[in-house]
Design a protein around this ligand. Structure first.
Ligand SMILES: CCCCCCC[C@@H](O)CC(=O)SCCNC(=O)CCNC(=O)[C@H](O)C(C)(C)COP(=O)(O)OP(=O)(O)OC[C@H]1O[C@@H](n2cnc3c(N)ncnc32)[C@H](O)[C@@H]1OP(=O)(O)O
Length: 725
C-alpha cells in the first residue's frame, strides 16, 4: 500500500530567515505540501547588517511557481507580532512557527562586545520569543500549534569563538523545554532542531567536500515531519545532517549521597571522597520532568532520614559470560572432582556421554557480573567498600534448567539491599542468568560481608535476604569427608575469582589470615558434590537450589566433612574442618528436583526411539507445566516432557510418577516449542488424578490451547493414550 503523503493543506506556516539556506528549504517543502507560507527574511547580511526584500521575494516566487501559496515578510523577528500579522492578514490563521532566523558575530570570548552579544541574542533568542509569543494566543484559541526552535551543536557542546551564539542556541533549548510543558494541554507542541547544514552561516567554516553533503534539503523533511499534526513528539531535541537524524537527550548520572544522615553536614573533603561516584556516568539516565528529578531527590532525603540505605545501589549491570567445556572441567576440578572416582569421570571428560558441570557452577556468571562492576564497591552509603576486606558471607542459587557445559550466557546483577551489622556491612547481590535463547536459567543471591564497612546507620536485617535453614536436631543421616588439595585455591581461582586473598600470602596477611584462604564457593562446591554423591546419584540435574553461610575460613589442604540430613527432597548440610573441628558452612540445604527420575526414563526412551531425529534435544517439562510445578509437586503425578529439534517439539512424553509409568504421546511435529497448554490449577489436579477428562475440560472452556498445535494430537498426548514404553 502506498504511504499517504504528509500534507499541510489549510495550515499556515511562518518560517523565519527563509530567504536562503535551511529556511528556504523548509519554506519550499511546506509550500509543496499545501501549506500557506509566510516567507520571512529581513534580507540582511550574515552578521545582521543591511536589509533587502530580494531574498524573501525570490523564495515566494519559487513557491508560487510550483503552484504553492506564499507571501513575503521583511520584518525583523524582534517585531514578532508583525510577522504573525502578515500571516493573519493574508491567510487568516497561524498553525506553525519555524524559528530559523539567525546571524553570527563570531569572536573569541574576550573580544565579544556588548553589541555582538545583544545582536546575536536578539535575533536568535528574543526573535524566537517574540514571534512565538505573538502566535501563541491564536494557537491556544484554535487548540493547535507546532513550533520549532533552531539550536546548534555549538550550543549543545560549545564551539570556540561562538560564546554569544552558543549561549543563545542553548537558551532556545530551555525555551522549548518550557513551551513544550505550557503548550501541551492546548495541543501546541514545541521541538528543537539541531541542524548541521551548508548555509551562508557555515560556508566558510566547514571543509568543502563535507559542506557539499550538508544540503538543507536533507534536513527540511525532518522539520516538516516534526511540524505535522500526526507527529506526537513534544519537547524533543532532534539533530539532523546529511540525510541522518537522531534524538538527543540531557542525561543525569545515578549520583551519590555526600552525607549519610540528614543531621550530617557536608565538608569539601566529603565531596572530594565521593567525586568518582558524583562524576560516574555509567548509569546515567534521561529524566522526563522536573517532578521526576525532584522526586528522586526526595527519595534520597528519605534514605538520609532513615540513616541511609543504598540509593546508589539501584543500578543494574549486565554481563556476558562465555565458557567452553574446558572451563566446566576446570571448575569441576576446582571443587574436587576426581578421576579416581568413576562416578565423577563425567565431570572431567568432555566426551563422556553424561558430560556435565557441577550445579554450583551456575553461581559463577552472576558473580562475574559483580567482579566486573563497581556495584559492591559503591553499595554502602557514604563509603567506598574496601575490596581487600570483603568476604563471601552467604550464597543461594536456584537452577531453573540443567546448566549447560558451554555457551554464552548473560547475567543481570544488582545490589538488592545493604545491612548494617556494626562491624561490617552485608551487601545482598542478586543476579539472574539467561541462556542464548533468552530463557532464564538461574537465579542467585550472594551476600558479601564487608569487614569494617558497618556503622553507617543502616538497618540490621533485610526482607530481601534468602535465609539459611538449620538442620534437624538429630544426628546426621550421612557424612562424607574429603581432604582438599593444598593447591585447591590455586586451581579454583582459574574459574574466575582472582581475589588475591586466595593466593597471595602478603594480601592474606593484610586481611588477618596466616595464609591464603580457600574460596567460599570452593568449600561449597565440595559440599555440593557430597550431597549429590549421597542423595542424587551424582546427577547435577537433580539440584534445584542451594543455600549456605560461610561461617569460618577454610585453608587449602584441610579436610572437609559434610554432615547431611534428608527430609523429603530437602537435604540439609553442615560442613566442618576435620583438623580443628570448626564448622565452616552453616544453615546449608540443597533442594532436589523430583522429576529427574522420570526425566531419565524419558531420555532413555527417547534415545531408543528410532523415529526421532538423532539431534533432537530433551527440553524438559513444558514451559507452562513447569511453571505449575508446585501443583505437580502436590499431586506427584503428571509431568509432560518435550523432545525438541530446532525449537520444534517433535515428541512428547507424559509421566505419571504416582503410578510409576511413562507414556509416549503422539509426535506433534511442527508445533512450536513455546506452544503451551494452560490449565487452571484445580483442573490440572483433577486431570492428573483422572477425575476430569481433558476433553471435557476443553469443552468447558477450562483448558485452553495456544499456538498452532494440532488440538487432537495434544489432547491425546495429555491423555497418555499412546502405547506404553
Ligand atoms: C565484587 C564481587 C564480590 C565477590 C565476593 C566474594 C569474593 C571471594 O573471593 C571472597 C571469599 O571467597 S572469602 C572466603 C569465604 N568466606 C569466609 O571465609 C568468611 C567466613 N566467615 C567469617 O569469617 C565470619 O562469619 C565473618 C567475618 C563474615 C563474620 O563474623 P563476625 O564478625 O564474628 O560476625 P558475628 O559477630 O558472628 O555476627 C555479626 C553479624 O553478622 C552476621 N553474619 C555473620 N557471619 C555472616 C556471614 N558469613 N554472612 C552474612 N552475615 C553474617 C550475623 O548474623 C550477625 O548479624 P545479626 O547480629 O544481625 O544476626
Amino acid at each position: 500500500m502506498k504511504q499517504q503523503q504528509l500534507r499541510f493543506d489549510g495550515r499556515v506556516v511562518i518560517v523565519t530567515g527563509a530567504g536562503a539556506g535551511l529556511g528556504r528549504a523548509y519554506a519550499l517543502l511546506f509550500g509543496s505540501r499545501g501549506a500557506s507560507v509566510v516567507v520571512n527574511d529581513l534580507g540582511g547580511s550574515r552578521d545582521g547588517d543591511g536589509k533587502s526584500t530580494k531574498a524573501a521575494d525570490s523564495v515566494v516566487a519559487e513557491i508560487r511557481a510550483r503552484g504553492g501559496k506564499a507571501v513575503p515578510d521583511y520584518n525583523s523577528v524582534v517585531d514578532g507580532e508583525k510577522l504573525v500579522q502578515t500571516a493573519l492578514e493574508n491567510f487568516g490563521r497561524i498553525d506553525v512557527v519555524v524559528n530559523n532566523a539567525g546571524i553570527l558575530r563570531d569572536k573569541s570570548f574576550a573580544r565579544i562586545s556588548d553589541q555582538d552579544w545583544d545582536l546575536v541574542h536578539n535575533v536568535h533568542l528574543k526573535g524566537a520569543f517574540k514571534v512565538t509569543q505573538a502566535a501563541w494566543p491564536h494557537m491556544k484559541k484554535q487548540n493547535y500549534g507546532r513550533i520549532i526552535m533552531t539550536s546548534s551543536n555549538s550550543g549543545l557542546y560549545g564551539n570556540f569563538g561562538q560564546a554569544n551564539y552558543s549561549a543563545a542556541k542553548m537558551g532556545l533549548v530551555g525555551l522549548a523545554n518550557t513551551l513544550a510543558i505550557e503548550g501541551r494541554k492546548n495541543n501546541i507542541y514545541t521541538n528543537v532542531i539541531v541542524p548541521t547544514a551548508a548555509s551562508r552561516l557555515t560556508e566558510d567554516i566547514l571543509p568543502p567536500d563535507f559542506f557539499a553533503e550538508l544540503r538543507p534539503e536533507l534536513i527540511a523533511p525532518v522539520v516538516v515531519w516534526l511540524c505535522h499534526e500526526s507527529c506526537e513528539d513534544n519537547g524533543a531535541i532532534i539533530e539532523s545532517a546529511a540525510g541522518w537524524a537522531t534524538k538527543c537527550h540531557l542525561v543525569r548520572g545515578a549520583g551519590t549521597p555526600l552525607r549519610v544522615r540528614i543531621t550530617d553536614n557536608v565538608a569539601p573533603e566529603d565531596v572530594q571522597n565521593q567525586w568518582n561516584k558524583v562524576t560516574d556516568m555509567s548509569r546515567a539516565q534521561r529524566h522526563e520532568s522536573i517532578e521526576e528529578v525532584s522526586s528522586t531527590l526526595l527519595g534520597i532525603l528519605e534514605d538520609m532520614k532513615s540513616g541511609g540505605t543504598s540509593s546508589s545501589s539501584s543500578g543494574e549491570v549486565e554481563s556476558v559470560f562465555e565458557f567452553r567445556s574446558k572451563d566446566s572441567i576446570i571448575y569441576n576440578i576446582g571443587i574436587g572432582a576426581n578421576v579416581q572416582n568413576p562416578s565423577e569421570l563425567k565431570f572431567l571428560y568432555e566426551n563422556h556421554e553424561d558430560f556435565a558441570v557441577l550445579p554450583s557452577y551456575a553461581i559463577i556468571p552472576g558473580q562475574m557480573a559483580f567482579f566486573e562492576s563497581d556495584l559492591v564497591q559503591n553499595a554502602v552509603p557514604g563509603k567506598s567498600v574496601d575490596l581487600s576486606q570483603i568476604l563471601h558471607g552467604e550464597q543461594y542459587i536456584e537452577l531453573l534448567k540443567p546448566f549447560p557445559t558451554s555457551g554464552v550466557l548473560t547475567s543481570t546483577a544488582r545490589v538488592s539491599d545493604v545491612m548494617d551489622k556494626g562491624k561490617g556491612a552485608v551487601i545482598l547481590c542478586d543476579a539472574e542468568t539467561y541462556d542464548e535463547s533468552g530463557e532464564k536459567i538461574a537465579v542467585s543471591q550472594m551476600s558479601v560481608f564487608a569487614v569494617g564497612a558497618g556503622g553507617f546507620g543502616g538497618k540490621r536485617t533485610s526482607d530481601k535476604a534468602i535465609s539459611t535453614v538449620d538442620p534437624p536436631s538429630r544426628s546426621p543421616d550421612a557424612s562424607i569427608s574429603e581432604k582438599t588439595n593444598p593447591n585447591q585455591a590455586a586451581i579454583y581461582r582459574l574459574s574466575g575469582d582472582f581475589n588475591p586473598l586466595h593466593i597471595d600470602p602478603s594480601f592474606a596477611a593484610i586481611s588477618g589470615y596466616s595464609t591464603p584462604i580457600l574460596h567460599g564457593l570452593c568449600s561449597l562446591g565440595y559440599a555440593v558434590r557430597h550431597v549429590l554423591a549421597q542423595y542424587a546419584d551424582y546427577d547435577p540435574a537433580r539440584c534445584k537450589s542451594i543455600k549456605t553461610r560461610f561461617a569460618k575460613p577454610v585453608y587449602p589442604g584441610q579436610t572437609l566433612k559434610t554432615d547431611m540430613w534428608r527430609d523429603g527432597n530437602r537435604i540439609f548440610f553442615r560442613t566442618s574442618v576435620v583438623e580443628n573441628n570448626s564448622i565452616v558452612l552453616t544453615g546449608g540445604f540443597m533442594d532436589l528436583t523430583e522429576v529427574t527420575a522420570a526425566s531419565k526414563v524419558v531420555l532413555k526412551a527417547a534415545a531408543a526411539d528410532e523415529s526421532l531425529p538423532s539431534d533432537a534435544v530433551f527440553t524438559g517439562m513444558q514451559e507452562r507445566i513447569d511453571s505449575d510445578k508446585e501443583v505437580c509437586k502436590k499431586i506427584n503425578a503428571v509431568f509432560v516432557y518435550n523432545i525438541t529439534k530446532d525449537k520444534n517439539v517433535v515428541a512428547t512424553w507424559t509421566c505419571d510418577l504416582k503410578q510409576g509409568k511413562v507414556y509416549k504421546g503422539l509426535p506433534v511435529g511442527g508445533a512450536k516449542a513455546d506452544t503451551t497448554l494452560t490449565v487452571d490449577d484445580e483442573d490440572m489436579i483433577d486431570i492428573a488424578l483422572g477425575k476430569l477428562n481433558p476433553q471435557t475440560a476443553f469443552m468447558k472452556g477450562k483448558l485452553k490451547i495456544k499456538g498452532n498445535i494440532m488440538l487432537a494430537q495434544k489432547l491425546k498426548a495429555l491423555q497418555t493414550a499412546a502405547p506404553k514404553l
